[in-house]
Design a protein around this ligand. Structure first.
Ligand code: PDD
Length: 281
């Protein structure tokens, strides 16, 4: 079952007009929220980021926070609950094709659930490969826009090389992955790039920093250079669907000894216990 503009429908019955600006221009924003045991993970934070994205592109928010809450929870129930990845997008709606924004848009709101697969144990044991590439995206990467063609091209380069993710380099700094944030461990300090227009403010990223604070793990938010990546003891990718993934090969060379590091194991345990608390609430 999906949700489209106020109705819950079987996916095959859902239709969007061909003039929808999401279809024509990629003119819309989205969120992806993991659901653990029927519970939405950090809903308020996701709704805040959604609001920031909507404000940045001047699309009115079609629902209030409590309407979002009840719609998303009803969608979870109608899909049998459990562990799900919940995707939703808001586009600027239908209008005759013109780059300029229509004056009084009626946004299109679409939401769907898919089964959420926890990262496979062998992936967590061995880690994944990543490659680095120049960040070819625009300069407002903090907006979670549905127009993702550069991210698609960049991720596919990783796939073509048998790697899991592409880490993006802009102006001498590693910003994030094609669909993930990045962390490195250097000299025992956990580091991630500071928020700004060149990267998405990941909800998983923020939780990891909170867990670092709560557990006295040395950490910082500072720029990461390509040399830092090469010298790092650990590199992680984080996202709502990947959680925390250790990168053990970068551009065909091992990261440190080529094994997931001790801080990765510590943070994953903290993250899993945070999830357990959420399930138990
Ligand atoms: N992407 N950076 C980019 C470019 C992303 O697309 C994502 C997530 C993240 C991590 O954000 P979060 O921790 O809030 O999931 C960082 C989602 C999962 C996607 O597009 O499927």
């Amino acid at each position: 079952m999906i949700y489209l503009n106020g109705k819950f429908l079987p996916a095959e019955q859902a239709c969007v007009p061909v003039l929808d600006r999401g279809f024509i221009f990629g003119d819309g924003v989205y969120e992806m929220i993991p659901v653990y045991g029927n519970k939405l993970f950090r809903l308020d934070e996701h709704l805040r980021r959604l609001q920031n994205s909507l404000d940045a592109v001047r699309i009115p928010n079609p629902l209030s926070p409590s309407e979002w809450d009840s719609m998303l929870n009803e969608l979870i129930q109608r899909n049998g609950g459990g562990d799900l990845s919940l995707y939703f997008q808001v586009t600027r709606g239908s209008a005759l094709r013109d780059h300029a924004m229509p004056e009084n848009p009626t946004p299109t709101l679409y939401a769907m659930c898919n089964p959420l697969k926890a990262p496979a144990p062998e992936v967590l044991e061995k880690g994944v490969a990543a490659i680095t590439r120049e960040d070819i995206r625009w300069q407002r990467c903090h907006i979670k826009a549905i127009s993702l063609l550069p991210n698609i091209l960049l991720r596919q380069e990783a796939v073509d090389q048998g790697a899991a993710e592409t880490i993006l380099i802009r102006d001498g700094h590693a910003t994030e992955g094609a669909a993930s944030n990045i962390f490195v461990v250097i000299d025992g300090v956990l580091c991630t790039p500071p928020k700004g227009p060149m990267l998405l403010p990941g909800i998983t990223r923020d939780l990891i920093l909170e867990l670092a604070v709560a557990n006295d793990i040395a950490h910082c938010e500072q720029n990461i250079s390509p040399n830092d990546l090469v010298a790092a003891d650990e590199i992680w990718l984080t996202s709502s669907t990947k959680e925390i993934l250790p990168v053990t090969q970068l551009d065909n060379s091992p990261v440190a000894n080529g094994q997931p590091g001790p801080l990765f194991h510590q943070m994953t345990a903290l993250y899993q216990s945070y999830k357990q608390h959420l399930r138990a609430q």
